[in-house]
Ligand binder design. Structure first.
Ligand code: 26V
Length: 801
């Protein structure tokens, strides 16, 4: 598209929709007009892609995820369509700043954190690799809550992302389907002797899909992310007399649950899980039937991926559709189901492993529960004589009056994968060891990855431009080419350019910090960043202990030689997770204490930026010097901010947890700061049960002073929270071994303090991180899924044949 064409199109759209001339339009009108234009351009490709899949009968994957976290799409869509620069300069001609338009868009925040963002990086990569793949999820009216701090406390506000409408989506009423919940189900014997389930008093709701084009990177491919919204079917309108009754239905897709451990009691959450699973499976089977192929070919045309256990009801739902609705016999249907489905585990945290009370399942999805009972019964009978009773009992889906969703997902699918090497190994050796004994061939690893397009090309243009200058722009298509940067390890001019690019982003962030918090920070300081959900196992508190250590040191010795550091946090806590909220309050109070203490001479600053989300990540990550990845070894399944931060030249301080292990292998020991217990040592403690945080406290004077600060009034305004934290660390024996790892952590931090002073040394480390971040491209990750698990092929490969 030429600049003139872009202008003409925008002009027309502004007139048609807003009765405005280009010159009179504000950012909101311009954003929506530009969005409309982008949609028009991509729709043609979308239609072609979709037709092509249909006529070629390409095998497609459907990625079922209860969360997607795409963030903003304007710039990403422009980049992937290959018109970012044209549009930017066209707008500049009429004195409009594209960045300002981009700010109009609300983040699509239909996810909590890593799991949802991974799903969206995968959507980008699947399309960019030309793979036939679709997302299937829920269109929540309200995404993850907006976070504000009031007196240092987290306050949650609703996220009204749809208020001004969503330019990207297309409502497809013709593709709606009915989902049935509640009621009673009994079995009736038919004339031919077969048993058939008959349902009574069910509630029928309408699932209406809203499709969003997932535009591939400059390859003409546009895939579909389909999000379902609930409505009252027209035929049922009469049943819903009162507003309250209507609301119970409409509530189904109203809000995203902010991950907390109390979800399993919630009827609405269970209904949400079934709702998007059932709608998704029904629409896939409807599509498959159009192909007019025999049932046994289903697994040659369709792969369905279960992203964590939330969509695990795919197992019984696919069985229901095949057996109840299409008359297949159980064994045949089961064979198909196992071949079609695959499952990813995203955590080993026991609290997060989903289990649903049987009584609730019986109420919400009675037929699904019956099918699970039958799966359970057959599982137990099939394994008789092959495995021990104990093993069978431990692995069955139904236990302790609960449905174990991970068991269901593993038994009902052909592949179970973890999200980093160490995590997949732990699944095999400990967490899911029983299943590994039964189905060793089902287990595999797929280390997470990130979409470089968003996290470098878009988020960090200064660095991207320097990289182009140094190694040409081939890395933009092939992230592995970033390796070529290793040739510049001893090139001072190149290293300086990279440092200058970092400085640009640090200044931008410093301005943002000033604007949003009033805190003044210097871009000469080390920007030390920890950004992720607030969970005890991620140990934001250990970071805070280190900050307090520095605080006391500087107080004692004001002339101490220390490289100025700004500690930057971004984190939301689940509303019901009181301990996490107490840590937020403590960080905010320490921040306040540190930032207002003139005697510290700006040697350290603490900034907790509110409302951490994808857009804020895009501001923070390019400006980071140090990446904090300090979870207790074994607890963080993978992490993905670790990858985004290294890609932007931050150097990592890390435990050997999740993907940190692979990052260490990629960059080498000289270019990362590793500390702390290994996963094996953690498990040794569990076995020996001889950990005593009190002992460490008693023996370490410095730690005593730091911990006492939480309860002796040193840190103001945390009477309650300080005690809670103090007790967690001492009375309750420090579940995540903060005190055990603290000393080692401090040593690593001291090394960083030293190394940063030697600018070229530091830049070299930074370069090695950028250069090796290509190993963590989501493009490669989805290609591995495509080959090993989904057995799908890129559309180019297919058309070339
Ligand atoms: C949720 C909860 C909720 C209750 C309290 C404890 C707890 C612990 C963990 C979780 C996370 C559940 C699933 C999840 O989001 N996992 C994340 O998935 C990312 C993508 O694979 C991965 O990078 C993160 O390490 C992993 O935590």
């Amino acid at each position: 598209m030429t600049k003139e064409e872009i202008k003409k199109e925008l002009r027309q759209r502004l007139r048609d929709t807003y009765a405005l001339e280009l010159e009179d339009a504000g950012p909101v009108e311009l954003f929506y007009s530009l969005g409309g234009l982008i949609k028009a351009i991509s729709n043609e490709k979308w239609h072609k892609t979709w037709k092509n899949y249909l006529t070629e009968e390409q095998k497609q994957v459907y990625y079922f995820s209860i969360e997607f976290l795409p963030g903003k799409l304007l710039k990403s869509n422009l980049l992937n369509l290959g018109i970012l620069n044209e549009v930017r300069t066209t707008l500049a001609d009429i004195d409009v700043d594209l960045e300002e338009l981009a700010e109009v868009e609300k983040d699509m925040a239909l996810g909590n954190g890593g799991l949802g963002r991974l799903a969206s990086c995968f959507m980008d990569s699947i399309a960019s690799c030309g793979l036939p793949g679709n997302g299937n999820g829920i269109r929540y009216d309200y995404g993850l809550f907006k976070q504000q701090f009031v007196d240092g406390y987290q306050v949650e506000l609703p996220d009204e992302w749809l208020k001004r409408g969503n330019v990207w989506e297309i409502r497809r009423e013709s593709k709606a389907c009915d989902v049935k919940l509640f009621g009673n189900v009994y079995m009736k014997r038919l004339a031919n002797g077969k048993l058939q389930p008959v349902a009574e008093n069910q509630t029928t709701v309408r699932a209406v899909p809203y499709d969003t084009g997932m535009i591939g990177y400059q390859n003409g491919i546009v895939n579909t992310m389909r999000l379902w919204s609930v409505e009252i079917p027209i035929s049922e309108e009469a049943k819903y007399q009162s507003l309250d009754e209507r609301r119970t239905v409409e509530d189904l897709t109203a809000v995203l649950y902010p991950d907390d451990s109390q979800e399993s009691g919630r009827l609405v959450r269970l209904a949400q899980e079934y709702f998007f699973v059932s709608a998704g499976i029904q629409s896939i089977i409807r599509y498959y039937k159009k192909l007019n192929l025999p049932w046994h070919s289903l697994s040659e045309k369709i792969a369905i991926h279960i992203n964590d256990t939330h969509p695990a009801m795919c197992v019984p739902e696919l069985m229901r559709v095949l057996v109840d609705e299409n008359g297949l016999n159980w064994e045949f249907a089961w064979d198909i189901t196992v071949k079609v489905l695959s499952y990813t585990n995203h955590t080993i945290m026991a609290e997060a492993l989903e289990k649903w009370p049987i009584y609730l399942m019986k109420i919400v999805v009675p037929r699904i529960y019956q099918i699970i009972e039958e799966i359970d019964r057959r599982y137990v009978t099939t394994l008789q004589g092959i495995h021990s009773q104990d093993l069978i009992q431990r692995t069955r889906p139904l236990q302790n009056d609960q449905v174990y969703m991970a068991h269901l997902a593993i038994i009902g699918s052909h592949s179970t994968n973890g999200v980093a090497k160490i995590h997949s190994d732990l699944l095999k050796s400990i967490v899911l060891h029983d299943f590994y004994v039964i189905y060793p061939e089902r287990f595999n690893n797929k280390t997470n990855g990130i979409a470089e397009r968003r996290w470098l090309q878009l988020a960090n243009e200064p660095l991207a431009n320097v990289i182009d200058e140094l190694i040409t722009d081939s890395w933009r298509k092939t992230p592995q080419d970033l390796k070529l940067l290793m040739n510049y390890q001893n090139d001072e001019a190149a290293l300086t350019k990279i440092r200058e690019a970092k400085l640009v982003k640090k200044e931008e962030l410093a301005n943002y910090i000033l604007k949003t918090t009033g805190i003044e920070v210097s871009s000469n300081a080390i920007f030390d960043v920890q950004i992720k959900r607030l969970h005890a196992y991620k140990r934001q508190l250990m970071n805070l202990l280190h900050i307090l250590k520095l605080y006391f040191e500087i107080k004692d010795n004001p002339e101490m030689d220390i490289t100025p550091r700004v500690f930057i946090f971004g984190a939301k806590a689940a509303p019901s997770y009181t301990y996490a909220k107490s840590i937020i309050k403590a960080i905010n109070e320490v921040a306040n204490m540190v930032n207002t203490d003139r005697s510290l001479q700006d040697k350290i600053k603490v900034v907790f930026l509110p409302n951490y989300n994808v857009s804020l990540a895009e501001k923070i990550i390019p400006a980071a010097d140090v990446s904090e990845q300090i979870s207790l070894a074994s607890k963080e399944a993978s992490g993905t901010s670790n990858m985004k931060l290294m890609l932007n030249g931050a150097v990592t301080i890390a435990t050997l947890d999740g993907a940190n292990v692979e990052i260490r292998d990629a960059v080498g020991d000289d270019n990362i700061y590793i500390f702390g217990l290994t996963e094996k040592e953690v498990y040794d403690y569990y076995e020996k049960q001889d950990y005593s945080s009190q002992k460490i406290y008693d023996e370490d004077e410095n730690l005593r002073r730091i911990l006492d600060a939480f309860v002796d009034g040193t840190i103001p305004n945390i009477e309650f929270e300080g005690q809670e934290i103090y007790d967690a660390l001492l009375k309750f024996n420090d579940e995540y071994f903060l005190l055990r790892d603290f000393h080692d952590y401090v040593k690593a931090q001291e090394q960083i303090n030293q190394d940063y002073k030697d600018s070229m040394l530091w830049q070299k480390k930074s370069l090695a991180n950028i250069a090796n971040a290509g190993n963590f491209s989501a493009d490669d990750t989805v290609k591995a899924y495509a080959e090993d698990i989904w057995q799908i092929e890129p559309i180019f490969a297919h058309t070339e044949k």
